[in-house]
Write a protein that binds this ligand. Sequence first.
Ligand code: SAM
Length: 594
Amino acid sequence: MSLYYEAAAVLANSDNAGGSLKSRIYRQKDLKSSPAQLFALITEASKWSTVLKDVIENCGLLAEEKKLTPILALLLSHDLLSKSGVAAPANHVLKLAITRHKARLNAEFTKARLRAGYATFEAFKQAVNNGALEADQNVTQPVVRHPRWVRVNTLKSTLNEQLSTTFAGYEKSEELSPVLTAPGSSKLYFVDPNIPNLLALPSKIDLTKSAAYTSGKIIFQDKASCFPAYLLDMTAEDGDVIDGCAAPGNKTTHLAAIISERSTDEGCGQKVLAFERDKIRTTTLEKMVKLASADTLVSIKGGQDFLAAQPQSDTYRSVGAILLDPSCSGSGIVGRDDTIRMHLPDPQAGEKLNTGRGKKRKRDQKTASVPKPSATLSLELDDSVPEETVGDDKVSERLAALSAFQLRILVHAMRFSKACKITYSTCSIHFEENEGVVFRALASSVAKKRGWRILKQEHQVEGLKAWTNRGVWEDNILGEEIEVNDAQKKDVLAACIRCNKGTEDGTMGFFVAAFIRDEYMVKETLGSELHVEAYEAEEGMHEDEEEWNGFSDGDNAPTTTSIAPIATESNKKAKTEAGKAKKKKGNSKKTGRS
Ligand SMILES: C[S@@+](CC[C@H](N)C(=O)[O-])C[C@H]1O[C@@H](n2cnc3c(N)ncnc32)[C@H](O)[C@@H]1O
């Protein structure tokens, strides 16, 4: 089969294969053409497809050449009109079918160029490469696209080095908005003001082949996804940090980079302990950690369930901070704007032209007509490694199960003996998985006993303190068992950080909150771990928490959640304990004890 038949088969997708264009091509084992050649032909032809559609229709090509389908006509005319020429032997049936029309196609192409206002082919080509002919560029309001966020991996490079190498020749934008509306692959960058070493670039910039990307000096990571590691604000005194849900490793490598940047002699030897329950995703995590040169700082707990880690074990005695980014509904995830659109010629266009009525009139009618939706093929260009695996259309029915799991994993993190900082994040937009989990965790007896509280906005790291999009409240979700007074509600919501998708911030939908506790509470609870365990058993904490086995386990996930109720006798006891602790803190302050 020739290159053109193979490309047409991929595009027609007759076997209804899912996935991006790349995966459709690379999945085919019996291809005669090289996958790279197929990919290049399809992507290049798609860029020109709005022009070629008109050219082919105006020539009446499809009415005359019954062997050609709209897709074949488009691919062949692309190659015929480009310098490369048609890649087939001179007597090949497809080559004969297209070259017969070379003169007319050329003439129509020249007319199309002049109509579009380009004096030379080179100028026309440049405009096409910059996406100037994309349908969405013709509307009066510029299209806002999700930017390509690039984090400079400071374990291997610096922002300045990247600006003077990978992004040399790029223009600096002082605002994000020009990057969001920049056509095609314009060379423009914006230095993010909230997260250090983060750049925003126009969505279609392809850096996948750049040396910086292939060598791990830059990492593609959405801005919002950089919040958790940055909000944790690790210092050399914080000891080790656990990443409880690590694959594919964006936040793990970010944590490693922050630890390394801030390391002092005191912090020497600080580690990231990266748990990943899924064995296949562990492989991705390992690759990413290695590529980022974070392997000396990260100890991967591959195939291990964070919930099975014993918080009081000596192994975790030096863990002072925990980052938790558990599985969620993924409702905040935005598809990358890597879709290519192939505008196909109308097979009947030529027949209309040949009915004897004036060609010009027909052309005008055709130009004015709205293309049928079926005449455009849309394909995702690339597969990215999703941070989230859950992609289920029954998600709304399962929010309760997800939030029960998220609460369980967060409360588990709160049990670690020396941990004083936790960040909890999701790429979900649902209250149930976000603020709902935060309020429930704060109301748990573990949080109360161990002195966990929310990290208020005013105490957050500079770049995030300034972030204005904060937590939201939804009535009738938490249920009567959670008592939240207005002042608590206000404080906690102000401490929660939200990102919305499709806004001028250019982020995905995301949520993050941080919890802290004072070191004196660590000492208090360390001194009485046995008491704490007994206390939690008495509270029935472990029995109350339900197991969430993930969507892959079928439909047996629980649909309800239960947590330790807030207004019980035992909670009153917790309040008394907290009161005692407060008193002790006051005393310790007086005595100078830290
Ligand atoms: C949202 S993704 C994490 C994305 C990651 N933090 C990043 O930024 O690249 C959640 C991951 O947690 C893993 N996971 C879920 N439950 C877990 C558990 N109990 N222990 C360890 N890993 C878990 C999932 O397999 C999945 O890879």
